[in-house]
Design a protein around this ligand. Sequence first.
Ligand code: CUA
Length: 162
Amino acid sequence: MKRGTTVYLYELAWILPSIAIPVGMLAALLVTAFGAGIHVPTIAGRVNPAKVSETPPFDTPGVVQTGPLSYEVRVVAQVWSFTPNEIHVPVGSTVTFVATSRDVIHGFFIPGANVNVMLIPGQVSRVTTRFDHVGEFFVACHEYCGIAHHTMSGKVLVEPRS
Ligand code: CUA
């Protein structure tokens, strides 16, 4: 083999993976975004953190029915609790959490329910999920927010339909 050809093959051995890797990553991104429906939660607006308790919808935290088996849950986070702390919805519900923080950055994480958002003062977070099984879901603050961060939790109780 001529020397020139060998160099060309080595170049090719580097160039092909350097094309294949980003193409593979892009394909994985497209599959997860459009196929599996995994996406970054929407920034759903802004709110003055000093006036959270006077600003709709956070002036009435809690569960609001928005349709048949469709609920909106307005959540306000503060050191070191969520309001409401306990959320009740019937099984099969599609639930949109609309949440913010009135002081520091908190997290809103429901393991097993595809809910994982940051609650940033001044920003409204919105995330929608469906609860298909009766049971109790743990809600955790998963952003360090001070000395009692580890105690900051809540629960979602998915109840049988009456
Ligand atoms: Cu709130 Cu950690």
